[in-house]
Write a protein that binds this ligand. Structure first.
Ligand SMILES: [Zn+2]
Length: 761
């Protein structure tokens, strides 16, 4: 057809209202069948069919629609879509001419302005009485008409209503009608700057935009004003604010129900392939991997696997060492790729050097179901642990380390006095020497109770709560509220009583915030069904034991607070030490008072670096003079940037660790040349035998050149082997207790990595 003829047939096709409606209908709803179009246009399928067929033929002849032969449905051609858009434009112009206002709504359609919708929204969202809602909506309509806004959106109408509410002093209603979201500029900035954060990806942009909404939602809707304000002004810091209203911070898994087929890794069993009861070691490791993968969206920080080498020991009984190692290697590669995809969810493995007494006679889950008991697998558990540590020490194919999982090696009495575990110890020291991924847990200290688990975010739980199972398995920290201790000291202005009084007030706020979080999680699990695995029933309880899960109250700036209050340094003054003891005793005492109804734990660990933010807010509030004040001490009770002898640090941290039952770490960052594993061995034993340190680790700095695939110990900007000095050199160290490569360092991480004190043994 010539273009002139085509234009004529298009114009004649448009000269009828039914045909115009057909075009609009298909453009809105997608391809439709003959009868579906008739139904939607409310035509009679019998009497109107002939006439309707004629209309479709005309549209078809004008090349505006085509029918799909296989489905029989009609769809728009590209030309047809253009013409449909043209019709919308004409309709808009007509409406504008008539004085109607058009609104772009949040569901991406265009509607005529209807005042009634404002009345409904005011009543539904903010419970505004009808009469008031009517008068506000009328006022809004009048004002909008006068303004003659060309591009009227639902968001703009809402802003308009909100300002009317404010003018009338109806602030509470305005509060309920607030729209959460980000300015356009901020979203653009997020897109442009995400490359400089951990694991940049389009998904990360999406996450950050969502974070902004949900963090505001928490502060506006979930928490009472007093708590939200305390967070905003920097008296406290709510960790994981973006997910506060959605999920707990971490979880301690129990592998057994997944190994014996009682539970599926994804909860419902509908989303992931499952072995039910794995019959082999590879099957068991697959089950663990899919559990970690599916739970990675159900926690904010980390997941931990308890008794890893004991619960998996029955599966390696008939396998030789080479096979076990090869299976473990596959497992670790899968695990690390899963962790990197999921973002920042850390994985912790809690491993045992002996079978704890309470597990000895517990029935073991193995490839043939439940049989024997765990004490029958002592040798296998040690063999598995040794092979696991050895595989962890091997670099990957391009010579860099596997940084996940973090391994928490629990040392009980028997393993130290017999020789049975000496191979495992040796492998652990070699791993500590190579990459630093081992954390030593002193399980012999009385305050560690019969069982203790640490997680990858360094939270800690023990069996003082009920028993080893209810206290430490299938529970997790709900979240962490950090107290700004220096702020308390500034406010007390030298008065001891005021200091403690203010501390108690903030503890009370933290408790309230955590108890609200518990109620919310209850709702998310049971009513909103957002965390399917947690709801699954197992042995008369839900998989995630929410009522046994602790809330964490942590702190930053202990040395700074004490220095301000007493004028002395914590490391060399009895008076300063006495005050810091009083502060931590008050915190620990407060959490103990809540027993047995509420499980709260004091911790020296924050789940996200918070000191920088709190320091800046103290500057902004005028408590601190200098704009470039150094951030408060975090993750430690003594300043990390000033040189204090190791012996002294150990002695002081000893006291604080037993009072911080929700989390702590003594991080021995060591200078190069790094001690040999034999020296690490001697020092580990000495610390275990003579100091009351529950958790410690050795940290080594190293650099990796991805051009020549070379590891160089210490921090190097230039590769000594190939001379390369660009951005493919990556630095590794522990920042805030976790191994992180420099490409994922935040500003806080960088400062921590470069400025904190290193020791020599
Ligand atoms: Zn190189």
């Amino acid at each position: 057809m010539s273009s002139k003829n085509l234009l004529e047939s298009i114009l004649s096709a448009l000269s009828n209202e039914v045909r115009a409606e057909v075009l609009k209908l298909i453009s809105m709803e997608g391809p439709l069948s003959f009868t579906a179009i008739m139904e939607k246009l409310e035509m009679n399928p019998k009497s109107d069919a002939g006439k309707f067929g004629y209309h479709l033929r005309m549209l078809n002849d004008a090349e505006l629609i085509k029918s799909d032969e296989s489905s029989g449905k009609y769809y728009l051609t590209l030309l047809g879509q253009d013409v449909a858009n043209f019709i919308y434009g004409v309709e808009d112009a007509v409406r504008r001419k008539k004085g109607d206002m058009l609104v772009r709504t949040s569901s991406l359609t265009i509607e005529s302005f209807e005042r009634k919708k404002i009345v409904d929204a005011l009543m539904r969202e903010a419970s505004v009485p009808r009469k008031l809602a009517e008068s506000i909506s009328k006022e809004a309509e009048d004002r909008l008409k006068k303004l003659q806004v060309r591009y009227l959106t639902a968001a703009l109408i809402r802003e308009f209503i909100n300002s009317i509410l404010l003018e009338k002093g109806l602030e509470e209603y305005r509060h309920a009608l607030t729209r959460l979201g980000q300015p356009v500029y901020d979203v653009t900035t997020t897109i442009k700057n995400t490359a400089f954060r951990d694991f940049p990806s389009p998904e990360k942009v999406h996450m950050l935009a969502g974070d902004a909404v949900l963090e505001e939602y928490m502060l506006l809707k979930v928490l009472p004003r007093t708590i939200a304000d305390a967070h905003l002004c920097g008296a406290i810091h709510l960790n994981n604010a973006n997910y506060w209203a959605l999920r707990p911070a971490d979880i301690q898994h129990d592998l057994r129900p997944f190994l014996d087929g009682a539970l599926s890794a994804d909860g419902t069993g509908l989303s992931l392939p499952t072995h039910s009861c794995p019959k082999s070691f590879t099957g068991a490791l697959y089950t663990l991997n899919s559990l970690l993968r599916s739970t990675s969206t159900l926690v904010s920080n980390s997941q931990s696997v308890g008794f890893f080498n004991i619960f998996l020991a029955p599966f390696i009984k008939d396998l030789d060492d080479a096979t076990v190692k090869s299976n473990l290697r596959d497992f670790l590669y899968n695990l690390n790729s899963c962790v990197n995809i999921g973002g920042n969810i850390g994985i912790a493995i809690n491993a045992e050097l002996e079978i704890p007494r309470f597990l000895e006679s517990v029935k073991a889950v193995g490839p043939n179901g439940k049989s024997d008991q765990y004490s029958d697998y002592y040798d296998e558990s040690l063999r598995l642990l040794r092979l696991f540590l050895d595989v962890m020490r091997e670099p990957d194919g391009s010579s860099k380390p596997l940084i996940n999982p973090a391994i928490f090696l629990k040392v009980r009495k028997k393993s130290l006095v017999t020789d049975k575990a000496s191979d495992c110890f040796e492998s652990a020291y070699k791993l500590a020497e190579a990459w630093g991924s081992v954390y030593f847990v002193n399980q012999m200290l009385p305050w560690q109770q019969s069982n203790v688990f640490y997680n990858a975010n360094l939270s800690r739980i023990d069996s003082e709560w009920k028993d080893w199972e209810s206290g430490t398995m299938r529970v997790g920290s709900m979240d962490n509220v950090t107290l700004n201790l220096p702020r308390i000291a500034y406010e007390a202005n030298g008065d001891d009583d005021r200091l403690i009084e203010r501390l108690r007030e903030l503890l009370e706020l933290a408790r309230e915030a955590l108890s609200i979080k518990k109620q919310i999680l209850e709702e998310r699990v049971h009513i909103d069904r957002l965390l399917p695995l947690y709801k699954e029933e197992f042995e008369g309880n839900n998989y995630f034991r929410l009522s046994d899960s602790p809330g964490i109250i942590s702190y930053v700036g202990l040395p700074e607070a004490v220095k301000y209050h007493t004028g002395f340094d914590l490391s060399d003054s009895d008076e300063a030490l006495k005050l810091s003891t009083l502060i931590i005793d008050t915190m620990d005492g407060y959490t103990r008072q809540m027993l047995p109804s509420t499980r709260l734990l004091t911790s020296s660990i924050t789940f996200e670096p918070s000191a920088q933010r709190l320091t800046q807010l103290d500057v902004a509030s005028g408590y601190l003079k200098s704009k470039d004040s150094q951030a408060y001490t975090e993750h430690s009770n003594l300043p990390l940037t000033t040189a204090i002898p190791l012996r002294k640090r150990l002695h002081i941290e000893e006291f604080f660790q037993q009072k911080t039952r929700g989390g702590h770490l003594f991080d021995l960052r060591l200078e190069e040349p790094f001690p040999t594993y034999e020296v690490l061995s001697n020092n580990t034993r000495r610390i275990l035998e003579t100091a009351a340190i529950g958790l410690f680790t050795f940290t080594r700095d190293y650099s990796y050149c991805s051009r020549c695939r070379n590891i160089i110990y210490g921090f190097h900007e230039k590769c000594p082997k190939c001379g390369y000095d660009g951005n493919r050199i990556m630095l590794y160290t522990k920042t805030y207790g976790k191994i992180k490569p420099s490409k994922t360092w935040s500003t806080n991480d960088r400062q921590f990595a470069l400025n904190t004190q290193r020791f020599t043994l």
